[in-house]
Design a binder for this molecule. Structure first.
Ligand code: PLP
Length: 636
């Protein structure tokens, strides 16, 4: 067999098909992150993590936020639209509005605002807190804001007053009753609002969020309601204030033709409104631009069958076609791409626990030399073990599975000793391992033997909570690429599933990005005794950080903000320490100081009754204090 190289690792993790060239594997076999696709500058993730863990004393899990990648993504999208506009001789412009709900972190918004200035970026807010965050960022960077979402009087008044004092802010009507409130309030406050209307298209998206579009969608005005809205606006002399028409048919739209249908319908609505004399200048096509998480470039739910360039080109082309046909001027295009902007920028790195290091198995060889004393079931397993070859593989496999089940049944009935059951398990593992050696040498693996790989799969424990760090993996089976960040020049020996450290059996990942699409085993290396072996979870920057929850009271992970730096390779801009045990307890109304005080009282009583020593009291109290101050994850 030829020697394993990083090319082989690239192949088995489908490495260059997801990640849009922000990641590579270097000669040392470590993963690198790049500020822009194919950039010759790169940060070696393993070296970065060693720096953070060994020299800066941070504990994994570590959420690494690469701010430059945000710029790279914004620039890719803006450039794609710029080309598409030139290519199609489109007369309108293009702007991205970042939907805050995708990632509300202040530093993320600040980075987007700072980088995005030259791309004319804006912010989209969907709730009162998001609006305040948007105002905060816009105050410094002077960005335009679009407000979607359901609104009450307070929300509407804040928007209108903000506009009055100089913010560029557009209020999008989601419901007819909102419009009535907007009319009343804008008159009372004497503000001329910049209005947008969200329309409910009959075109639907596809995938998990397809219900954001279609007749029965939760959001937007039906066509009949749209006409009532226009009448209302005319009655109150606000028809000229309608500037924007908006739709959003869902996130992660996997198929381009679904987007096309929505664009044609949306553009038709724009054209009709234009013909009715509305002064609409913007068509806001919402989000939906997807990310190819599994690298299959297909319409799988974790993939997309189009590129950013194709998306931009289709958007521009379809809108232009409809406008030309209708004889109306082309609108400025706005897209609210969140996932596509944010997904790539963050990577979660954590260590695997040393649990699967082989426990030295008791030596059963001696027992095997006296086969007559073994139970017949175990003897049959031994026969298989001694006679396996390529030709009887399938049959042997089925027999083995059946025999091991038989061994368990016999044990339960009291016909098999503990010793025999242990030997059966031990033989089973040896048979499977030998079969795997044979299977690996086969050119094509028979279909049913692919399932056989599953019997080789071990559960590896990673120091993280799936519910906190990649909640969509649990909630909607979203795939995220998971790859070891080191030793990629070496052949992995283990097939694994990844279990987290919550006490929830759901906290296990059994679906991975593989060479030929989704696979149920993740190839990993055998961990050396003193090794810190790290795996990375990639493309997790969109939605995961905020959707994450505190299941089992595992809190926020440590987060590190990193920018590329030509001189020193990277610069640590900020370290945001994760939740401590006491801060996470506070969420559920437990007060660390009170706990300490109560325990203290109890121990003093024990001391006075001479049940414990003063030293025992002090040791326990300081341990408790230390735990309260410490990280919620495993630290050694
Ligand atoms: C969620 C949302 C978005 C973001 O969608 P992505 O698919 O992440 O780009 C944009 N606009 C609206 C109105 C949304 O609700």
């Amino acid at each position: 067999m030829s020697r394993w190289t990083i090319k082989d690792s690239e192949r088995i993790y489908n490495f260059y098909n997801w990640g849009d060239d922000y990641f590579s594997i270097n000669k040392k076999g470590n993963i690198c992150v790049h500020p822009s696709p194919h950039s010759k500058y790169g940060i070696d993730l393993k070296e970065l993590v060693d720096d953070l863990v060994i020299r800066r004393k941070l504990s994994p899990p570590l959420l690494l936020r690469f701010m430059n990648v945000l710029e790279g993504r914004i620039s890719s999208i803006s450039r794609a639209f710029k080309w598409a506009i030139e290519e199609n001789e489109y007369t309108g412009g293009y702007q991205t509005f970042f939907p805050i709900k995708v990632n509300q972190q202040r530093q993320v918004l600040e980075a987007i605002a700072a980088f995005g200035k030259k791309y004319n970026i804006g912010l989209e807010a969907g709730s009162k807190p998001e609006l305040i965050a948007a105002i905060s960022i816009a105050t410094e960077h002077n960005l335009p804001i679009i407000c979607n979402g359901y609104k009450d009087d307070g929300f509407i008044e804040t928007i209108l007053q903000a506009q009055k004092v100089g913010y560029d802010i557009t209020i999008v009507v989601e419901k007819l009753f909102e419009l009535e409130k907007i009319i009343t309030l804008s008159r009372r406050l004497d503000v001329a609002p910049q209005l947008g209307i969200r329309v409910r298209l009959s075109s639907k998206g596809i995938g998990k969020w397809s219900t954001s579009g279609g007749e029965d969608a939760k959001f937007g005005l039906r066509i009949s309601e749209l006409l009532s809205a226009l009448n209302l606006l005319k009655q109150h002399n606000l028809f000229e204030n309608l500037r924007l028409v908006h739709f959003h048919i869902g996130s992660q739209i996997t198929k381009m033709d679904k987007i096309k249908n929505a664009l044609i319908e949306g553009a038709r609505i724009y054209a009709e409104l234009k013909k009715m004399g509305a002064d609409i200048r913007y068509m806001d096509i919402g989000g939906g631009l997807g990310v190819d998480y599994d690298g299959s470039k297909s319409s799988n739910y974790s993939s997309v069958n189009y590129t950013i360039d194709e998306y931009a080109n289709d958007v521009v082309y379809q809108i232009r076609s409809v406008c030309d046909e209708a004889g109306v001027p082309c609108p400025n295009i706005i897209s609210e791409s969140g996932r596509a902007v944010a997904a790539h920028y963050s990577v979660l790195i954590t260590n695997l626990l040393h649990t699967h290091a082989e426990a030295p198995s008791p030596d059963f060889e001696a027992a095997l030399s006296r086969p007559d004393e073994l139970s017949p079931t175990v003897r049959k397993l031994l026969d298989i073990y001694n006679s396996i070859d390529r030709h009887s593989l399938r049959e042997d496999y089925h027999d083995t599975v059946q025999l091991i089940q038989e061994a368990v049944s016999l044990f339960k009935l009291g016909f098999l000793t503990l010793q025999d059951r242990a030997i059966a398990e031990w033989l089973y593992a040896k048979i499977i391992a030998r079969m795997n050696e044979i299977v690996e040498r086969l050119k094509t693996i028979p279909e049913e033997m692919q399932n056989f790989q599953l019997s080789l799969r071990r559960t590896c424990f990673a120091n993280f909570s799936m519910f906190q760090s990649i909640p969509d993996s649990w909630a909607i089976d979203q795939m995220f690429p998971i790859v070891p960040i080191q030793r990629l020049q070496q052949q992995p020996e283990i097939l694994a599933s990844i279990a987290d450290i919550t006490c929830d059996s759901d906290g296990e990942i059994t679906n991975f990005v593989g060479e030929h699409g989704p696979t149920r085993c993740l190839p990993l290396h055998r961990i050396e005794p003193d090794e810190d072996y790290y795996i990375g979870f990639f493309l997790i920057g969109a939605y995961q950080e905020i959707l994450g929850d505190m299941h089992n009271l595992f809190g926020d992970t440590n987060a590190v903000h990193i920018t590329f730096n030509r001189k020193t390779n990277y610069k640590i801009d900020a370290i945001v320490e994760g939740d401590t045990v006491s801060s996470i307890l506070k969420y559920v109304q437990h007060n660390g100081n009170e706990i300490l005080k109560n325990v203290h009282n109890k121990l003093e009583k024990q001391v006075s009754l001479r049940r414990i020593s003063i030293e025992e009291r002090s040791r326990f109290l300081s341990l408790l204090e230390q735990t309260l101050r410490g990280y919620t994850y495993l630290t050694g």
